[in-house]
Design a binder for this molecule. Sequence first.
Ligand SMILES: [Zn+2]
Length: 184
Amino acid sequence: MKPSGFDPTRLEVAAFTKAGTTREGVLPLAGMGRLAGSTQVAADGSAGDVTWSVQGLWKQSAGAAPEMRIRLVAHATVHLTCQRCLQPMAQDLGVDRTIRFVPGEDQAEQLDEELEEDVLALPRTLDLAELIEDELILALPIVPMHVACPQPLTSVGEVDADLSETEEAPANPFAVLAALRKGS
Ligand SMILES: [Zn+2]
């Protein structure tokens, strides 16, 4: 059930962080066009959903401006093409990020470089759906591959690669001798 009056595409960051509450929901992956460009549709034709939660964090220290953060957690299963066997594969994507918001682009850029944490300029409202899509795109594997491909591979290249890993280059006996003489 959708909480009344909460629109994830128009999150009022300042008020939300100050309230310190947590919201959660489900978004259809089909609505994420940019992510859909990098993923496949499942065999049953469904794109699936992303489950997400966002928590507002507000920290007020004496004599300092309040620190505003949100913690975003999201999970989705997307469908990709394995780059080894070229068969479809399901990939779980997980996002767990804390983002700090500061007033103004300049301060955000400066702090983002100085601090370990992710800093963004405080917007009037934040499109959470877009942020979740950004984070899922970042979480995509660069080269998707099955941990173990469902079909055994018989390609020559693969066999050669396996052999060369276990094979050690034979030592040159003269080099070994020279090294022994040097050491004595
Ligand atoms: Zn594979």
